[in-house]
Write a new protein. Structure first.
Length: 344
């Protein structure tokens, strides 16, 4: 069974409400239709009803059981504006500007998910990352004690000997350009938590570098080693079970024969199912190469560090990509409070 099919099966038992801010994007409507037909939960799209219906008709999309909310006519708009003005960042905004801000679908959707009117959010298919990330970071509360908002993606390759039956998590491939030691450690632990929820077993996290276990002595390598030590400490302090090791090269992380030579005794080397990249350049490049050269199934970006499940999709995402990510976000929502018991 493919990874995403197992996600569908789990979500069907506990359907969740997903809000899609881009209600007039054809791919979003097609994915929302499939989400509902697969009985994964209610889908909510934002936009003017007549515009959504026009696109749906042109794309032959059945809007039955898909909720359509126009922020301009929503009864929640005044309440959302009031809540926005209470935030420190928007304290001097004023009613008119608050309304203008809340009419933006990404802001309205972020407020919906923050206050429980949707269980998760999937967007970004027709906008730049910052357009979606900005309202999410500003309106959705972060997890307690987490200062870093980052992302991970899930990939599934044909080789079932890699990762966890062919499934791996990669981070950070979308948000933080040059993470520092603390950020790298946080990314590792947060990605590991998601990996455990999705795969059901303790994650084996490799902190990647061009060096393995001190084979190169440079500050950028020492940073990865320091982040590895800090990630282990964070995992221990939070009481979460995960194996973390590094620094190591990508082939050492994946190939058992090579791991036996370069990192003997490592509990991660040769069998990693989570890869943490040293910076955004390496992470993003590697993710796209894997996706396109290996013909891998790729789902992301799943945002980390927020107290509600959210995803920022690529503008090149297909309908099936969007459907898969929406299902993963729904699955996260099922046990989010168990995964993060201290969230506010």
């Amino acid at each position: 069974m493919k990874f995403i099919e197992s996600v569908f099966q789990k979500l069907k038992r506990h359907p969740k409400r997903i809000v899609f801010p881009e209600g007039t994007e054809p791919r979003i409507l097609q994915a929302a239709e499939q989400f509902v037909k697969l009985q994964l939960g209610p889908a909510i799209v934002l936009g003017k009803r007549e515009e959504v219906e026009k696109v749906a008709k042109a794309e032959n999309v059945d809007l039955d059981h898909i909720g359509i909310i126009d922020p301009a006519t929503s009864t929640d708009l005044p309440l959302f504006c009031e809540r926005l003005e209470k935030l420190k960042r928007y304290h001097n905004l004023g009613p008119a500007d608050a309304r203008t801000t809340m009419l933006k679908p990404n802001y309205f959707a972020a407020m919906m998910v923050q206050y429980g009117q949707a269980d998760g959010l999937v967007g970004g298919t027709s906008t730049t990352a910052g357009t979606l990330l900005r309202p999410l970071i500003q309106l959705v509360k972060p997890l307690p004690h987490v200062k870093t908002i980052s992302s991970c993606m899930i990939i599934e390759v044909a080789d079932k000997d890699v990762g966890e039956n062919g499934v791996m998590l990669l981070a950070d491939c979308a948000v933080i350009p040059e993470p520092n030691v603390d950020q790298l450690a946080t990314i590792a632990v947060q990605t590991g938590k998601i990996g455990r929820q999705l795969n059901g077993i303790p994650p084996r996290i490799a902190m990647l570098s061009f060096s393995t276990k001190g084979s190169a002595k440079l500050p950028i390598v020492e940073k990865i080693a320091a982040a590895t030590a800090l990630a282990k400490q964070k995992a221990t302090d939070e009481g979460v079970e995960m194996q973390i090791d590094g620094e190591m090269q990508a082939d050492t992380a994946l190939l058992a024969d090579l791991a036996a030579v370069k990192a003997p005794g490592s509990t991660v080397a040769g069998k990693a199912n989570v890869l943490i990249f040293p910076d955004l350049n390496s992470g993003n490049i590697a993710a796209k190469l894997i996706q396109h050269l290996a013909k891998a199934e790729a789902y992301g970006q799943i945002l980390l560090g927020l107290s509600r499940p959210c995803a920022d999709m690529s503008r090149g995402a297909s309908v099936q990509d969007i459907l898969g990510v929406a299902a993963i976000i729904g699955l996260q929502a099922i046990e989010y409070r168990k995964l993060y018991p201290d969230q506010g």
